[in-house]
Design a protein around this ligand. Sequence first.
Ligand SMILES: *Cc1c(COP(=O)(O)O)cnc(C)c1O
Length: 414
Amino acid sequence: MSETSREKPLHAPTDQFPVRGNELLVGGIPLTRLAARVGQTPFYAYDRALLTRRVAELRAALPAGIKLHYAMKANPMPAVVGHMAGLVDGIDVASGLELNVALDSGADPREISFAGPGKSDEELKKAVAAGILINIESFREVGVLATIQQQTGWTARVAVRVNPDFELKSSGMKMGGGPKQFGVDAEQVPELLAEIGKAGLGFEGFHLFAGSQNLRPESIIEAQRKCFDLALRLAEAAPGPVKFLNLGGGFGIPYFPGERRLELGGICANLATIQEDARHKMPEAEIVIELGRYFVGEAGIYVCQVVDRKISRGHTYLVTNGGLHHHLSASGNFGQVIRKNYPVAIGNRMDAPAGEAVSVVGPLCTPLDILGDRMNLPEAKPGDLVVVFQSGAYGASASPRAFLSHPDLVEVLV
Ligand SMILES: *Cc1c(COP(=O)(O)O)cnc(C)c1O
């Protein structure tokens, strides 16, 4: 299907992975050969050339000087984080164990930041010891960090995560505006800044994150502009100059029928305007955007194998050895309100016509275990390889892998 077609696409674009003959190619390797190399199904495969290309394309579109951070919760596989660390300007972590992986990746600790509600005292101490930037999300964290700094003499580098007084429109998951467990409400920030000043913590800036999985440029533009204006206002109460301004991200990727890739033009032009404003009003600030799924989501596939083919009252089911326990989000159970199909293909029958309507299900004893509901696919048999695209983010690490005690998955970076 052509992406420029005016008609609504039947499935999200999957043309990032080329096809040779009847086989999908991953990292240039035909899928059946890759499956043999991995040695088992199910597995996730991430294509390193696609990761590299995605970062390069975004950098080429963005104004020079905008920093890119990888939010590693989207895909914390150490090899992926290591590859990303060589491409982006920093890594954002959300737990002490993610911090270990980020440090192992070789990322400069000065360019690692740590956000998340409920950071434990141990995690905060670890972060101070590592010399990374801590995005403060509560008054309690100021107190704990003040004690750590006093006891150790190590500077606690901090930014304030702000819960903005607006929401990111059309976002798949709202993470700012209204009451939230994330960040500190904008109206409480001046008081928090005063405490940071009193405690003598190393204030460096602000972190604002309004939401994620947004495919509408207008609403991302509006959120970034509002976040910047809010940061300008809050900076007046700051104990020092703003050196670091993380405006969030929220760039979405197309998952479902009718969705298209995000248009970057307007977003990049808007960031150029913000950068120009910042040159005058916040001259020491480095502007950062942090992205997770946008970098990795389209670079990954999940592969499982057809075990059985059943017909129930006229409807064909392909029963596979993979499912919800490995890929909760493709099953529609990771925060989706209405279940929709991720793009799915039979990876060793790419040249066959999509001639039959089937449901692709997993082996779990629950009706929630669906990878594709009533999709048109080539006729598949036991042994064939089912591919779920757009699986590079929120896959393996976001799934209940112990549920029902089926064999675990493997992840490879190709
Ligand atoms: C989850 C998260 C991200 C990444 O979101 P994506 O939709 O994967 O880009 C970025 N920043 C923060 C603070 C997050 O919690």
